[in-house]
Design a protein around this ligand. Sequence first.
Ligand code: ATP
Ligand code: MG
Length: 246
Amino acid sequence: DIEIPESHPRYESLLTRHRIEVGVEKGITSRQGLIAQGRGEAFDYLLGEQTIPSADEAARAAAAHLLLADHPVVSVNGNVAALCPEEIVELAEATDADIEVNLFNRTDERMQTIVDHLREHGADEVKGLTADGRIPGIDHERAKVDADGIGSADVVVVPLEDGDRAAALGEMEKIEIVVDLNPMSRSARVATVPIVDNIVRAVPNVTGHARDLQGAARDELETIVADFDADEALEAAERAIRTGGE
Ligand code: ATP
Ligand code: MG
């Protein structure tokens, strides 16, 4: 294990990087996941490594969508599993969502390692191993989902989803909540609700909003959803990047 002094100005960032390294060692995160992390870090640096107000609003809209959903599913890949497994379990509990493992580079071994890892962090049922459903319009391996999971979800949370699959999920008429630090990425641009924030901050933030809104009436939730403007949120994130975080 490494020692990072808490006084280090980039403590959180170094800790996050270390979690990804451990994820790779344990066979949870792919080597491509390291590169994705590097891209994310660059954008997070430009955002001032903070949750900007527009990302907080997006997190609240995401929570409202999840509470309104009939069948919400939180998708987990190798980076998400390494960075915030407990927080994913808490989000699923707070919103009554299923958890499904969904990998860009799918191997049976890595699927099982991630399922076990999530169970160790408190998950009850983890979907993804059945793979009896398909996302239309993308190639075979990457199209695999569980028919009773993402396949039949009305609202999906896809943190760090790749652009192609995010677009294909959108075409399935699902409400798509994307967490991605790059407001220019295709994933963020096709989302119903793009949350431009680091997943280590965004996931607990959505959970907090969901707990906050737990007792809210349907029409209050529907107003929050209707008032959210995805294009405006992406523009606000771009502005924040240009000005070093608002
Ligand atoms: P596009 O969406 O334009 O097709 P891509 O999906 O091919 O791009 P990748 O490098 O696969 O690009 O995606 C990694 C994405 O995940 C980047 O946009 C990066 O900003 C984002 N990302 C990486 N780590 C995190 C993190 N910890 N929190 C939030 N987003 C992250
Ligand atoms: Mg992307």
